[in-house]
Structure formats: structure tokens, C-alpha cells
Design a binder for this molecule. Structure first.
Ligand code: FMN
Length: 394
């Protein structure tokens, strides 16, 4: 029988599902509940030095929906409002009650050695399992040169990592931003500076648009708005890409995240190189209870695939990601149209013609494929409303 038990460095996890640093980990009371319900660990809402002033805007969330379902989320929330002492007491309380759960202290401070090191020295005295350096919040608070202002600079990221490593008594993960041209540059810099692991991704900077009736921004704070961090399903391809790129450049453990809502998403993050995963937005939409399906789904999948552990699933797809240059250009698929499913709506014929190729033709009772013209792009299969087109070799 496979197991969901796994480990990251020396840290033992009863399952690979960790709550990401965010509102679901903003209070001891709620983390306590999440642990009772089966989460393997929690990365605390980012802790900052008590003197760092933080004033939140209202409202601070906006969503993007498709057919009534939330597919994207945007926030302009800042960091934990709780004091450092609150968290020290809270960590000890949680660890006493849940000794087998993993607690990661997400931290952020102004770019001063003392500020980072003092915070770490205080948290060193607690029973946290690891640090996660938040170099990646897109809106909190670049004007103070923190958050993503750190994580977009390889030099500053490396500098702060080395300051933290000088004093930290627990493993140090760096949480990276996807809002850079090359995430591997930052990863390599913090690895060289001594970090023990990576967490990726934080939110993707975005803007949720304008209400065309009022001409106000959709996320509207007294008539104005600002760019925020997008999360949830819409960012999943960016998260997959970042984790895959990170795995291609380092052997450090990776805590993968970004748009995970199902066990299938989590399994893919692991297959692409994550050691464990973190989740925020799906919990904000549907609550801690999603953990039951995540755990049972992933366990069943391991069993079906004949895999015994998360470590056996980890990296399984890594060798399949390569450069465009190295892809086999002699490989060619053509559309195969299932006439039982096809309703002759003609959409594939029209779209193929309007997107360059003219390779499909309405021919009496069926759609004909001209293989001399068809480049096998798969657009017809992607847009067919009846899923009647399959790409096949001939
Ligand atoms: C409302 C909100 C607040 C967040 N606050 C933090 C934070 O304090 N520290 C941090 O490192 N990440 C924070 N994040 C980012 C999440 O931890 C996570 O990296 C991101 O949302 C992607 O994962 P998801 O798609 O599962 O939400 C926040 C995200 C949201 C939506």
C-alpha cells in the first residue's frame, strides 16, 4: 500500500499538503482547525518586525469567474498583522498540540541585516520546522523596497539569504516570484548564498480590469485601484512552468504551488519536481475540507500507478520537458474526426480557414482533412465543442 508520508530535507510530513502563507494561516485558531482536519503543515501568514507599519485597503480581493465558477483571484493584501510574540506563543501552542505537523515561518523585513537577523533570532527559539523568506509579494510593499522588490533582484535576494543563513538554526526556503524574466537566475543566486530549499510561486502581478458601466476598476477602493497578486486556477500554467524551470536548474527541494485545486494539480506539481505542495486560493474559496479529496485522490493515484511514495512520483515528468529546438520535428499528427460525435457545425472548418491553413473541408456527410496542407497544429481538436476530433498518426 503506498503512503502519503514524505520528507523534505529532515522534515517529516504526514502528507505533502501544506497551507500556503495567506489568510488560511493568519491565526493560530484557524491553523489548529486545519491541522485537526488533516493538513500536513502550514506556512504562517508572513511575519514581519512589529515596527513595520501596515494599513490594509478595503476591499482587497477581486475574482474572475467563468460560468459562475471562480477561476482567478486577485488580492492586494499585505502581511500578518499579528505581533511576533503572538506567533511565538502560537507556534509553541500548535506544536504541543500537533507535534507531527510541520510549521514554516514565512518572514519578511526591510533590507537591513539587523531587521532580518533579529526576527530570525527570536523565531529560532520556537519549534518551527523551517523558514520561508518572502521575497515575492507583488504589492507588499515595494515602496518600502520589500516583497517582490527583493525577489526581482538576484543580488539583494542572495544578500538577504546569506544574512538569514548566518543565524538561522532551521532550514531556509526562499519563496520566489514569477514576476521576473528568468526565475532560474534568482534561484541560482539564492542557492549560492546557501538557502536549503525553494518555494514557488507567489502571486502573479495583474489587474482585474474595469467595470464598463461605472468606469471604475473592478477592484475599486474609493474610485481607484492598484496592481495586485493573481492566484488560483488562472496561474497554474505559470506555476507549472516555474517549478519545471527550477527543477531543471537545481536539486534543492521545491515546495510547489500556484493554482492547485485538485489532487491532479498536486500530482502534476510533484511529477514536475516538487517535494511537497502548498495551497491557498482553493482553501479561501472552499475551506479546509478539500484536504480529504486531495489526500484520498493522490493516494489512489499512487496505488493505480504502482508508485509507493511521493518520492517515486517526484520528477517523473522532468525528463520530458525540453527546449523547442530539441523537439522531434518529424513527428506529425493529423485530425481524426469521429463522425458519431461530430454534429457538422462547421466550426473546425471555419476556424482552420481563418487561422491560415484551409486544411478542412465540409464534404457531404463528413469533414475531410487535406493531409497535404494540414500542419497538425491541433487547433480543430482544441476548439471542437463536441470533442469529436482526436489527433492521430496515420
Ligand atoms: C489573499 C492572499 C494573501 C496572501 N498572502 C501571502 C503572504 O502573506 N505571504 C506569502 O508568502 N504569500 C502570500 N500569498 C500567496 C500564496 O501563498 C500563494 O503563493 C499564491 O496565492 C499561489 O497559490 P494559490 O494559487 O494556491 O493561491 C497570498 C495569497 C493570497 C490570495
Amino acid at each position: 500500500m503506498p503512503t502519503l508520508k514524505t520528507s523534505v530535507l529532515e522534515i517529516e510530513l504526514e502528507n505533502p499538503f501544506i497551507l500556503a502563507s495567506a489568510p488560511p494561516t493568519a491565526s493560530v485558531e484557524s491553523i489548529d482547525k486545519a491541522f485537526e482536519m488533516g493538513w500536513g503543515g502550514a506556512s504562517l501568514k508572513t511575519i514581519t518586525p512589529d515596527n513595520l507599519e501596515m494599513v490594509e485597503a478595503s476591499p482587497r480581493y477581486e475574482t474572475m469567474k467563468s460560468k459562475g465558477k471562480i477561476i482567478g483571484f486577485q488580492n492586494i493584501e499585505l502581511l500578518s498583522h499579528k505581533s511576533v510574540q503572538y506567533w511565538c506563543d502560537g507556534i509553541d501552542y500548535l506544536k504541543k498540540k500537533h507535534p507531527d505537523k510541520v510549521i514554516i515561518a514565512s518572514i519578511m523585513a526591510p533590507v537591513e541585516r539587523n531587521e532580518w537577523q533579529n526576527l530570525v533570532k527570536i523565531l529560532n527559539k520556537t519549534q518551527i520546522d523551517a523558514y520561508e523568506l518572502n521575497f515575492s509579494c507583488p504589492h507588499g510593499m515595494p515602496e518600502k523596497h520589500i516583497g517582490m522588490a527583493i525577489g526581482t533582484s538576484d543580488e539583494i535576494s542572495a544578500l538577504i539569504t546569506s544574512w538569514v543563513k548566518e543565524v538561522a538554526t532551521k532550514p531556509v526556503f526562499v519563496k520566489l516570484t514569477p514576476n521576473v524574466t528568468d526565475i532560474t537566475l534568482i534561484a541560482k543566486a539564492v542557492e549560492k548564498a546557501g538557502c536549503d530549499g525553494l518555494a514557488a510561486i507567489n502571486t502573479v502581478q495583474g489587474f482585474m480590469g474595469i467595470n464598463l458601466d461605472t468606469l471604475d476598476p473592478n477592484l475599486c477602493i474609493d474610485g481607484c485601484s492598484t496592481y495586485g497578486g493573481c492566484s488560483g486556477e488562472i496561474i497554474k500554467p505559470i506555476g507549472f512552468r516555474c517549478v519545471s524551470q527550477l527543477r531543471s536548474c537545481t536539486d534543492l527541494p521545491i515546495l510547489g504551488m500556484g493554482g492547485i485545486s485538485t489532487w491532479e494539480d498536486a500530482a502534476q506539481y510533484i511529477a514536475l519536481g516538487s517535494d511537497a505542495v502548498q495551497i491557498c486560493t482553493e482553501v479561501m474559496i472552499n475551506g479546509y475540507g478539500i484536504i480529504n479529496n486531495l489526500k484520498s485522490g493522490l493516494l489512489n493515484y499512487l496505488e493505480e500507478k504502482g508508485l509507493n511514495s511521493i518520492k517515486e512520483l517526484k520528477n517523473i515528468a522532468v525528463s520530458k520537458i525540453t527546449s523547442h529546438e530539441k523537439l522531434n520535428k518529424n513527428y506529425h499528427l493529423y485530425p481524426d474526426i469521429d463522425n458519431k460525435k461530430c454534429v457538422k457545425c462547421g466550426k473546425c472548418v471555419k476556424i482552420c480557414a481563418e487561422s491560415e491553413y484551409h486544411a478542412l473541408k465540409n464534404n457531404e456527410n463528413c469533414i475531410e482533412v487535406n493531409k497535404n496542407i494540414c500542419e497538425g497544429c491541433s487547433l480543430c481538436a482544441q476548439i471542437c465543442p463536441k470533442e469529436a476530433v482526436t489527433m492521430k498518426t496515420f
